[in-house]
Design a protein around this ligand. Sequence first.
Ligand SMILES: [Zn+2]
Ligand SMILES: [Zn+2]
Length: 395
Amino acid sequence: MAVAAGSPAPHAPGTSGASITPVRAAVTEGKGAPFVFENLELDTALRPDEVLVKVVATGVCQTDIHVRDQALPVPLPAVLGHEGAGVVERVGDGVTSVAPGDRVVMSYQACGHCRPCRSGNPAYCAVSFPANFGGARLDGSNALRRTPEAGGGEIHGHFFGQSSFATHALATERNVVKVDDGIPLELLAPLGCGLQTGAGAVLNSLRIPAGASVVVIGTGTVGLAAVMAAKATGAAPVIAVDIVPERLALAAELGATHTVNAKDEDTAARIAEITGGGADYVLEITARPEMLTLAVDALAPLGTAALIGGAPAGARAEVDMNALLGGRTVRGIAQGDSVPQLFIPQLIELYKAGRFPFDRLITPYGFDEINEAVEDTRTGAVIKPVLRIGDPDVS
Ligand SMILES: [Zn+2]
Ligand SMILES: [Zn+2]
């Protein structure tokens, strides 16, 4: 609900209207600290490209946990959350692709005008880090703060252009995707990061053909999305590697033709045995340096190892230099090369056709259960927690 102006906040040039929206948010106060709920103020005097979204549901992603634990240097205190979905409440003067009342999934942020953005590769935006992890808009301004009664201090917002661990999110036209009415938003929310990352690696980045051999190391949300996409595209064999038996069993149900428990088995030997000497594609999602080394070692000539998981800042891995001379490629992939407004509707169509059953990965939690959801992800008890934050029918 938008509250009329009267705010002491100055208005930036080019804003449309002036208002403060009270939000309830799960705040990350310090390194490794549990999420705490606070009532905050969101300055919703919208810039021309901004979209105010009433949040209905938000997925919890490993990146939120990495940031909470400061493996990535996001300024704190902050409101995290970057797999939000909800209903558009208001739009800035320049927004044409969505309107109030539209149901949207929010995705990652990009500047929209650098060379990668202009060439259709917003996942590799030249200012991707500040745009997603800077805790502010790219011009340094920040719409989120504590209430005057709570001292009015700064809380970093704009995480992935949304900060959706909150009842309202301030997104932009660039990172919202309009979705139709048929599927609950609490299912669609994780499409904006984890699901598009895994599926996009297979379908967009690598364009894995039918019959290619694929290894997926790490079967959380991203890995299982990759397994489903590999099956959908006709790849075989599809080999899932993990150390959690329940996850490997789910991978087999979702399309893995073989599973390898890296704790009990010699992973490299098993991959060589199953593929007859090496894999065409290895997707490395655990972000552990020794697993990237293994991924390259497991490749057939001309094969590609793709690094998809986010490693701690400064992480390095060893790669067999002579292996690369066999025509092998190592590449990194961000967000599955997804242009969200194009790719998320494609994933929804695959889901409707029964070929991308990502609902199998999702466990719903109440918003106030966020700390339990994080703990259950960390222990592997659930794959993809989604927080129920608001009712789509109540504005
Ligand atoms: Zn850019
Ligand atoms: Zn994520």
